[in-house]
Design a protein around this ligand. Sequence first.
Ligand code: UTP
Length: 475
Amino acid sequence: MDRYQELLKKTAVAGQEQLLRFWNELSDAEREELAAQIEAIDFSVMANLIREYVLNKPKTEIPDDLGPAPYFPLVPRDAEQAALYKRAIERGVELLKAGKVSCLTVAGGQGTRLGFDGPKGTYPIGPVTGRPLFRYFAESIRRAGEKFGRPLTWYIMTSLLNREATEKFFLENNFFGLKPEQVFFFTQGTMPACGYDGKLLLATKSSLSLSPDGHGGTLLALRRSGALDRMAKEGVDYLSYFQVDNPLVPVVSPLFLGLHDLENSEMSAIMLAKTGPFEKLGNFCVTKGRLEIIEYSDLPAELAESRNPDGSLRFIAGSPAIHMISRSFIEHLTAGGSLKLPWHRADKKVPYVDEQGNPVKPESPNAVKLESFIFDAMPLAKRTMVLEGERRSIFAPTKNPTGVDSVESCREMLIDRDARRLEAAGVKIPRTADGKVDAKIELSPLAVFDDEDAVAYVKAHGLTEIARGAELCLE
Ligand code: UTP
């Protein structure tokens, strides 16, 4: 059977022969490209996925017994819990000093809402200097390594679409002072986009329309890339997981790490008190004793709006996508070289070539992309742990250019966090009548990683006051 016949047979299993429509027009190299993409797909699995998620719209089943998940509160409930938090911080510091932790950033998304040309991590978010997102994390990781006396390895997940540009950015910036071997790039898997008629789309005559398979792809990609092996070799047991668009996140937190360890948790999460019933965050829930995260779009309104006797939201716990994950858990989950997480359907505008080979840029959604989510691994863990975080200190997502969760709101929160750190260290901060910081401040994470560093910095530099309207970066 020649190559064409083989590919035809493979695609026909799922009624996808249209992918070979332009075969006769392609050069040898183009045929090779298309053939490799087709060969990477299991078409019988794909046929089932298309039936389940594209031709039908699956509804998330909401279990009858769904309740809010228990969590460790921001402020310890009593003396016993306060003692536990103290022990956890000590344990976290011990683990950091022993080199048991690495950082993991997921940076494979397409950042469509931000509409920025380039990997999101290269976005100049710093309010004063335009310090890029990647630089925020790199400098925090450097400083944390200094502080705890053990350099941290940084795992960065990219996609096929942005791997090259991401690595180039690190090279051009000398890895922001990290040793190149401290940074481990790996690439997540892809999924083909599917038109509403159930046919996979061609992006060009010789390539499928492929997109990253969601941050749930992280776990398998960690195994396939050799990252898990490297962690094992380095004696690293825990991954501190965060997203590329949240420069406010502490890259490692002793309390979170220590509690994860003391609670024997396999996968832990930070939760934030939601700003309202419909805030666009996943909801930490529990069913039959198991933790489950229900997407905001799937939580029925009557549950989202239900309240406790004191008026607070019953389903208060939202997910900012900050996790602590044990290596042993990922090894166990991906042991057979595969991992089944549920798929989530997203309706998107996906450019394609039509039957005549003309490129089409749709004005409205025309296709389904399937993604898996990292939080869906939590119900698979034997033990989990959820800890409340303080929103203004850890979560400033950069999703949009303006408005909610935007570049603007993120910069404002960075300034506010840095100002509070200086204020707590005794520096007078100018504020407007409504309490907003009346200056632009940016603290280099290399100089100030945490509150303790802020105190030392202020003392060392004899800083007493920031002038109203000042614009300054403290390095
Ligand atoms: P989002 O779901 O916010 O997606 O990703 P996004 O790609 O950044 O932005 P939009 O939705 O296209 O506007 C949350 C985090 O997960 C990562 C992103 O890079 C971001 O850090 N991610 C998302 C991946 O690493 N891979 C994916 O396939 C999807």
